[in-house]
Design a protein around this ligand. Structure first.
Ligand SMILES: Cc1cc2nc3c(=O)[nH]c(=O)nc-3n(C[C@H](O)[C@H](O)[C@H](O)COP(=O)(O)OP(=O)(O)OC[C@H]3O[C@@H](n4cnc5c(N)ncnc54)[C@H](O)[C@@H]3O)c2cc1C
Length: 410
C-alpha cells in the first residue's frame, strides 16, 4: 500500500524536499526500476509521481508558481533521486536544468532591462505549461560531431532568423526523454548572412514535440541508463516561434563561460547511484536483503572492501558538498577547478564502488532480481558524458593548473 504522495511547496527547506525525494524514490521508483531497465522504457509513472509531487516545477522560480529551489538544493534532491533510480534522476536533470538555466541562472547574469523584460514574459508562458500543464523538457545538446557539446566547435544544428521565429535544421544524438518530452531545449548556431559559424553565436531554442519537420530517429538498446531513452533527433526546416526562444541570443555562450557549474549537474545522479550501491552492500552483508538472510559482515575481507567503498564515498560526498556550495556566476578559478575534480571523482568512484559492491556481495547479486547489476551498468555511463568527461576534466585540471587565463600555450 503506497503512502499518500507528499507535495513540495515553495519555501520548503532543502531537508523537507529531500525527504519527499526519498519517499518517491524508495517507495515508488526503486520497485519499478528493474522493469524500466529491462524494457529500456521511459519511466512515465515516475514522471506522473514527480508531477503530482510538484517536482517538475522544482527549479521554476517561486514567482512563476514553482518551488524555486536553488542550485545547491536542486543538486541534493537530484542525488537523492539517483540513489533509488539513476535513469529517473538523470532525465529529471535535463528537465530541471531547462527551467533552472532560464530562471535563476539567467537572473544572475548582468543584462539590459529590456532584454530581461522580454525574457520574463517568455518564460512565464513556458513555466505555465509545466505548472498548469503537461510540459516536460528534454535537453539535447550532443551531436554526432562531439566537439560542439565539448565547447570546442559551433553546434552543427543551425537556426535561421525569420519573421516571428527561427528555422532549425540539424541532428542531435543521445537525447534523453526522446518521445516522452513535450519540448526539446537545444543550442543551435545562428546562421549569419556571411555564412560563418561561431561558437559564441548560439541561441537556445525549444522545439515542441509536435512541430512539423521534427523527428525522433535511430534505436535505443544500450548497456546502462536504459530508461533514459536517449535517441537521436532530426530537425528539417522546423519553425520555432520567438516565444520559444529560451534565452536571448548569446546568453547561452555567456553562461557557459561564466557559470561553469551548469555542467556539473549530471554528477548528482551518480553521487546518488554510488550511495545506493553502498547502502545495498551494507544491507546485503548484514543479511537484511530479502531472500539472502545469511550474514557475512564478520569476514575481514568484506569489511576491508566496505571500508574502501566508504573512503571513496566520503571523498565524493565531501567534494560534492563543497562544489555545490560554491556554484555561482563568475566563481573563482579554484572553485571551477574543484568542480572539475568533483565531477571526475564522482563519476569514477560511482563505477569503482559499484564494481567493488558486486565483487564483495558475490555472484547472487549479478542476478537481475537485485538492483546492483543495474547500478553497475548505469555507473559506467557517467564519466563519458560530455562536456565534462573523465578525459576532458583531467585535461583541464592539468592545463589550467599550469596556465593562468589568457596565457599563451608554449
Ligand atoms: C545515458 C546517456 C544519456 C545521455 N543524455 C544526453 C542528453 O540528454 N543530452 C545530451 O546533450 N547528451 C546526452 N548524452 C550524450 C553524452 O553527453 C555524450 O555526448 C555522448 O556520450 C558522447 O558519445 P560519443 O560516442 O559521441 O563520444 P565522443 O564525443 O566520440 O567522445 C569519446 C570520448 O572522447 C573523449 N573526448 C572527446 N572530446 C575530447 C576532447 N576535446 N579532449 C579530450 N577528450 C575528448 C571523451 O572523453 C569521450 O568520452 C547522454 C549519454 C548517455 C550515455
Amino acid at each position: 500500500m503506497l503512502n499518500k504522495l507528499p507535495v513540495a511547496k515553495a519555501g520548503m527547506s532543502a531537508e523537507e524536499l529531500i525527504a519527499i525525494a526519498r519517499e518517491l524514490g524508495e517507495m515508488r521508483f526503486a520497485p519499478r526500476s528493474a522493469e524500466y531497465d529491462r524494457e529500456a522504457k521511459f519511466p512515465t509513472e515516475n514522471y506522473e509521481d514527480l508531477r503530482r509531487a510538484g517536482f517538475l516545477a522544482l527549479t521554476i522560480p517561486a514567482e512563476y508558481g514553482g518551488i524555486g529551489a536553488d542550485f545547491e538544493t536542486y543538486c541534493r534532491v537530484s542525488a537523492e533521486l539517483g540513489r533509488w533510480c539513476g535513469a529517473t534522476a538523470l532525465t529529471f536533470n535535463m528537465h530541471a536544468q531547462t527551467t533552472f538555466w532560464t530562471g535563476a541562472m539567467f537572473d544572475s547574469l548582468p543584462i539590459d532591462d529590456d532584454v530581461r523584460a522580454t525574457q520574463n514574459a517568455r518564460r512565464a508562458k513556458l513555466y505555465d505549461c509545466v505548472v498548469n500543464g503537461e510540459g516536460i523538457f528534454a535537453q539535447p545538446f550532443s551531436e554526432p560531431n562531439s566537439a560542439a557539446a565539448a565547447g570546442k566547435a559551433p553546434f552543427g544544428t543551425t537556426a535561421r532568423k525569420v519573421d516571428g521565429g527561427w528555422i532549425v535544421n540539424g541532428v542531435k544524438h543521445f537525447a534523453s526523454l526522446a518521445g516522452a518530452a513535450s519540448h526539446y531545449s537545444m543550442a543551435c548556431t545562428i546562421e549569419t548572412d556571411e555564412g560563418d559559424q561561431r561558437t559564441k553565436n548560439a541561441v537556445y531554442l525549444c522545439v515542441p514535440a509536435d512541430a512539423d519537420g521534427f523527428e525522433i530517429i535511430g534505436s535505443w538498446d544500450p548497456l546502462g541508463m536504459r530508461a533514459t531513452v536517449s535517441m537521436g533527433l532530426k530537425m528539417e526546416e522546423v519553425f520555432v516561434p520567438d516565444d520559444l526562444e529560451l534565452l536571448p541570443p548569446g546568453a547561452y555562450y555567456r553562461m557557459a563561460l561564466k557559470w561553469p557549474h551548469m555542467f556539473f549537474t549530471l554528477s548528482p545522479s551518480y553521487m546518488g547511484l554510488q550511495q545506493g550501491a553502498f547502502d545495498f552492500t551494507v544491507k546485503y552483508l548484514r543479511g537484511e536483503v530479502e531472500g539472502v538472510t545469511h550474514k557475512s559482515r564478520s569476514i575481514p575481507a568484506k569489511q576491508h572492501a566496505v571500508s574502501r567503498m566508504r573512503l571513496m564515498l566520503e571523498q565524493s560526498r565531501a567534494l560534492f558538498e563543497m562544489t555545490i556550495s560554491e556554484a555561482a556566476y563568475a566563481p573563482s578559478k579554484e572553485a571551477r577547478m574543484r568542480a572539475y575534480a568533483a565531477q571526475h571523482t564522482i563519476m569514477e568512484h560511482a563505477q569503482e564502488i559499484c564494481a567493488l559492491a558486486l565483487r564483495t556481495c558475490g555472484g547472487r547479486t549479478l542476478l537481475k532480481s537485485f538492483p546492483l547489476e543495474r547500478m553497475y551498468r548505469e555507473s559506467r555511463c557517467g564519466s563519458l558524458m560530455l562536456p565534462w568527461t573523465a578525459e576532458i576534466t583531467e585535461h583541464r585540471l592539468g592545463d589550467e593548473s599550469l596556465y593562468e587565463p589568457g596565457e599563451k600555450r608554449d
